[in-house]
Design a protein around this ligand. Structure first.
Ligand SMILES: NC(=O)c1ccc[n+]([C@@H]2O[C@H](COP(=O)([O-])OP(=O)(O)OC[C@H]3O[C@@H](n4cnc5c(N)ncnc54)[C@H](OP(=O)(O)O)[C@@H]3O)[C@@H](O)[C@H]2O)c1
Length: 308
């Protein structure tokens, strides 16, 4: 289906989610515009090369956002969070302000379809993790507005598992879930495919919440997948208690994983019908995850456990 005459505005297009979305929307035939902080950055330049129109500005620049939204059919909204630590130095109040202001601007601009990226685990009640509870507040604000909106709730990214610092270099991978726990994972490249399907069918997806994932696996089986892909043995365990005792943030994430809140609750059959090409963890590891995995195998650097 081609949407050649209509434009969609993507936030965070130089990042993981927005990048995946911008790419998928271009492939689906939409005109794509992106709000970027620095049009001279290599990532912004490659967006422009791909045919994406750039508007320079940031989340606190109401004028830039207003001009970026002029005449657009839809908006993909995602914000950085405090969970990303020093990368952006965003406070929880910043995230909420950015998310609400983006939605307000979409209403003001008469946007037909707002797609907001929240997170799996977000619901009516706070869960005690600040960068999830921020998203509950943004979701509630969006629901109060006169705009057709779809909320996507991504589960944890596969891409996070191959960041350096989880022990891949020493053959002992550590993560959030107990080995026997069933967990859902999302390939960042699939986010764009889901969001493109949502923008293509506003009557179906408008006013809905869709939890998105690519695969559902037993956490301990990650050892098998990693061993197969690395060609050498990699074991799996949950972060040890002594690590959790010294890191309350990580301990809370593990607690919420163990009680199921963060394990993912997406309907895989529904998602497969929407995106028949969605990745399995194994196919992702052999494909777009391969380079990061290889790099992590050879990297001894420690992960900053605040960046979740
Ligand atoms: N990791 C996971 O498993 C997971 C799962 C579910 C949800 N989430 C949520 O995903 C969100 C992060 O998304 P992501 O992974 O796509 O982030 P990302 O890759 O770090 O990209 C962040 C994007 O936001 C832009 N940005 C940062 N500060 C900005 C500002 N002040 N104004 C305008 N743009 C700004 C960045 O632009 P520059 O290029 O200019 O820096 C970049 O394009 C967080 O809210 C996180 O909680 C993560």
């Amino acid at each position: 289906m081609s949407h050649n005459t209509e434009t969609l505005l993507v936030f965070g297009a130089t990042g993981q989610q927005g990048g995946s979305v911008a790419n998928a929307l271009l492939s689906a035939g939409w005109q794509v515009r992106a709000l970027v902080r620095d049009r001279a950055s290599p990532k912004a330049a490659s967006l422009a090369e791909a045919g994406i129109e750039l508007v320079e500005g940031d989340f606190d620049d109401a004028d830039a956002i207003r001009s970026a939204m002029a005449g657009v059919h839809g908006v993909f909204s995602v914000q950085p969070s405090s969970g990303q630590g020093a990368l952006y130095n965003v406070s929880d109040e910043d995230e909420v302000r950015y998310g609400k202001a983006t939605a307000d601007a979409a209403v003001e601009a008469g946007v037909q379809h707002l797609v907001y990226s929240s997170a799996s685990g977000v619901g009516e009640q706070p869960i005690g993790l600040p960068h999830f509870d921020t998203k509950a507040r943004i979701e509630a604000h969006i629901r109060s507005l006169p705009v057709t909106a779809t909320i996507v709730r991504p589960v944890g990214f596969m891409d996070m598992l191959v960041m350096p610092g989880f022990g891949l270099d020493i053959g002992h991978f550590l993560s959030f879930a107990e080995p026997k726990q069933s967990v859902q994972l999302l390939a960042v490249e699939d986010i764009g495919r889901f969001v493109a399907a949502i923008f293509a069918d506003r009557p179906r997806f408008g006013g809905t919440v869709l939890e998105i994932a690519s695969d559902s696996i037993i956490a301990g089986d990650i050892a098998t997948y990693f061993t197969e892909a690395a060609g050498r043995t990699i074991t799996y365990s949950r972060f040890p208690d002594e690590v959790l005792a010294s890191n309350p943030f990580l301990a809370k994430l593990v607690e919420r994983m163990t009680d199921g809140t963060l394990a993912g609750n997406a309907d895989m059959e529904v998602l497969r019908a929407i995106n028949p090409d969605m990745r399995t963890f194994r196919s992702w590891l052999a494909g777009s995850g391969r380079d990061a995995f290889r790099k992590a195998l050879g990297s001894a650097s420690a992960w900053d456990y605040t960046q979740a």
